[in-house]
Design a protein around this ligand. Structure first.
Ligand SMILES: *Cc1c(COP(=O)(O)O)cnc(C)c1O
Length: 430
C-alpha cells in the first residue's frame, strides 16, 4: 500500500485536546491557549519541520509557562522577596488545599450560626503570644501599618524617628505609606541619633501614636542611638511598634531581631509584623496588642478592605500549629550537614563527569530581617555559564553569581529535591 503523505497524518485538534497531558494543561491554562499551541505544532508538521509523532510533544513544549511557578531557591537568601519569601510548611499547604472549596470560615457547624471569621488562626496567634491581649490579621505588614495609621492617627500626628523612615522595597517608602492615610508625620531626631527627649518634645494633644520601626533591611553603625520601646512607653501616648519580621518569641540565632512577645512586654501598645517573613507563613499582616486599640482597628471600615482570604487564614492557622517551618529549618540548618550534603551532590555529579567544587558560602536572612547577619554555609560552585540554563529550566533553579562562578547553596533547597538539582545540572552542562 502506498504511504500516505505525512502531512495528511498530522493528528487532529480534537484528538490532541483529548490527550491526557494536553487536557490537563487546558484545565489550568485555558483551552484557547492550549489550542493555539496545538495549531502552531500542526502547522510546523505540515511544513515538514516535525513528524506527526512529534506534534503532541511540540505542543506541550510550546505552552506558556504559568506564573508564579515553583522554583528552587539555591541563592542562600532565606527570605527572598522576589522568590515569594517564606515557603509554606507541608501542613499549611494541606490546609490551603482543603480550604480551597466551601469552608466553615464564618460558620459554627455545631450551632449552624455565623461565627468569627478565621477564629482558628486568630486563636492560634493569641495562644502563641500570651502577652497580646488581642490580635487581628490583615493582608500584609504594610496593610497592618495603614490600618493602624488610619484608625488611630488620621488627621493626627505620628511621631517617628528620622532614623526609621525606611524604604521597604520596590520604591515603597514607609513615610509615603503612612501619609497616604491622612496622618501627618512628626519626624524627630536625626538619621543616626534620636533621644527620648526628642520624642517628649514632639508629643502633645495632636499625637495619634509614637511609631517605632525596626530597620529590617539595613543597619546604621557607629555614632548611633535609638530609644527602646520601654522608654517610649513612658511618654503617655500609644506606642505602635513595626517589628517587620514576625518573630513571635526571641530566636537565639538572631539576637538583634525584635519579637512580638518581648516588644509587648516592653510596653508597646500595638505590634505590627508580616506573616511571610521569619514566622514562615503566608503573606499576612499581624496586629497584636491592647484590646481597645485592636477593637478600633477591627471595627474601622478600612478593615473590611484589608480582610484576609480564607486560604491565608487556613495557611496561617496551620503554620502557627506546626512544630516548625521550612524557613526555621533553613535558618537553623547545621553547616556541617549542609557541607556533607553538598559534597554528596558534587561526588554524584563527578560520577557523571561533571566537575563541581564545594566552597564555603555565607547565607543571609534576606530583606525579611536580620540585616548584616551571615549564616555559615556551603555552596556547590559551577562555571557561570550554568546560571541561565538552570534559571530557565524545569524546575527553575536560582543561584548566586560571584566572581565568574555560579554558587548553589542548598540551605533553602528541600533535601528531597537534590536528585532534581543533580539532573538539572547535568542537563545544563550537556
Ligand atoms: C517587611 C516590612 C514591612 C512590610 O511588610 P509587608 O508584609 O511586606 O507588607 C514593613 N515594615 C518593616 C519593618 C518590614 O520589615
Amino acid at each position: 500500500m502506498r504511504d500516505v503523505d505525512p502531512r495528511r497524518r498530522v493528528p487532529r485538534t480534537d484528538a490532541l485536546l483529548a490527550d491526557p497531558a494536553l487536557a490537563a494543561a487546558a484545565g489550568t491554562l485555558g483551552r484557547d491557549r492550549v489550542k493555539a499551541a496545538i495549531v502552531r505544532a500542526q502547522r510546523r508538521a505540515r511544513a515538514g519541520e516535525l513528524t506527526p509523532e512529534q506534534v503532541r510533544d511540540a505542543a506541550l513544549a510550546d505552552l506558556p509557562a504559568p506564573t508564579p511557578r515553583a522554583v528552587l531557591n539555591a541563592t542562600g537568601v532565606v527570605l527572598h522577596t522576589n522568590l515569594g519569601r517564606a515557603p509554606l510548611a507541608a501542613a499549611a499547604v494541606d490546609a490551603l488545599v482543603a480550604a480551597a472549596g466551601h469552608t466553615d470560615v464564618e460558620l459554627d457547624l455545631r450551632t449552624g450560626r455565623r461565627a468569627r471569621r478565621g477564629r482558628d488562626a486568630l486563636d492560634a496567634l493569641a495562644a502563641a503570644v500570651p502577652d497580646a491581649p488581642a490580635v487581628h490579621v490583615v493582608n500584609n505588614g504594610a496593610a497592618a501599618l495603614v490600618l493602624a495609621a488610619t484608625a488611630l492617627a488620621a488627621d493626627r500626628e505620628i511621631v517617628v524617628s528620622r532614623g526609621e523612615l525606611v524604604e521597604i522595597g520596590d520604591g515603597f517608602r514607609l513615610p509615603d505609606l503612612l501619609e497616604s492615610t491622612g496622618a501627618r508625620l512628626r519626624e524627630v531626631g536625626t538619621t543616626n541619633r534620636t533621644a527620648l527627649a526628642d520624642y517628649a518634645a514632639a508629643v502633645g494633644p495632636r499625637t495619634g501614636f509614637v511609631l517605632k520601626v525596626h530597620p529590617s533591611n539595613f543597619r546604621v553603625t557607629g555614632f548611633t542611638s535609638t530609644v527602646p520601646v520601654a522608654d517610649l512607653a513612658t511618654l503617655g501616648v500609644p506606642v505602635v511598634a513595626d517589628i517587620g519580621s514576625g518573630l513571635l518569641a526571641p530566636d537565639p540565632l538572631l539576637p538583634d531581631e525584635p519579637d512580638a512577645a518581648t516588644t509587648l512586654r516592653a510596653g508597646a501598645h500595638l505590634v505590627t509584623a508580616s506573616g511571610d517573613k521569619l514566622l514562615g507563613g503566608p503573606q499576612a499582616g499581624l496586629l497584636l496588642g491592647a484590646a481597645d486599640l485592636v477593637e478600633r482597628l477591627r471595627r474601622h471600615p478600612l478593615a473590611r478592605a484589608l480582610r484576609v482570604d480564607k486560604l491565608t487564614l487556613a495557611a496561617l492557622a496551620a503554620t502557627l500549629h506546626a512544630s516548625t517551618t521550612p524557613t526555621r529549618e533553613a535558618l537553623h540548618a547545621d553547616p556541617g550537614a549542609l557541607r556533607a550534603r553538598t559534597e554528596r551532590l558534587r561526588d554524584r555529579l563527578g560520577e557523571d563527569g561533571c566537575k563541581a567544587e564545594v566552597v564555603p558560602s555565607a547565607a543571609v536572612v534576606g530583606g525579611g530581617g536580620a540585616p548584616g547577619v551571615e549564616l555559615d554555609s556551603w555552596a556547590l560552585s559551577l562555571p557561570e555559564r550554568y546560571a541561565e540554563p538552570l534559571r530557565t529550566g524545569a524546575p527553575p533553579i536560582l543561584g548566586r553569581v560571584l566572581h565568574g562562578r555560579l554558587l548553589l547553596d542548598l540551605r533553602c533547597v528541600p533535601a528531597d529535591a537534590d536528585p532534581d538539582v543533580r539532573a538539572a545540572i547535568l542537563r545544563a552542562g550537556a
